[in-house]
Unconditional design. Sequence first.
Length: 183
Amino acid sequence: MSNLVKIIATLFVVAAIVVGVALWQGLTIFVFAWILNFMLMTGTLFVTETLQPELSSSYFLPKSWEKEGRIYTWLGVQEFRKLLVWSGWEKLNKAANPVNTRSETLKKLEYGTRKSEIGHLIIFFTVLVVTLFVVVKENIAEADWLIFLNIILNVYPMLVQRFNRPRYLKLINSRGTDRIGKL
């Protein structure tokens, strides 16, 4: 089976589950918002893992104002990272992607920040479209779970990737050797 067929089949299943839950539970409850986000994550992860896009756009380069991470600290990214540790997500992620100081590993981790960010960005805008539909059809109060989960499950993960990427790039660019300092 070709990658295109696998991607289309996966996205069809994702869409069918989301539509099924929407028809069964409606668009305004927590269950729908949760399933929408996680099904979109499943679909996006499958597509990015299958296609392995280069993601070389200048969009992914750290901007001068974000290199030191102050803006992200101010926005609460450190607290969100603590939440990831507390929830066990960090442990799962580290088990799947062990961190060491080899140059190739750091490059893989940096690429992972781009892949994760683009996935969450796609999901963010998809959920935003659904949220706007609910706001127009109902009202903003009915979109509360969509808004809340979009921030927690997409905005903050994107901010974490933007926070981490300059650190990885600094380590990668600091030395040309196979082993690069501690993270």
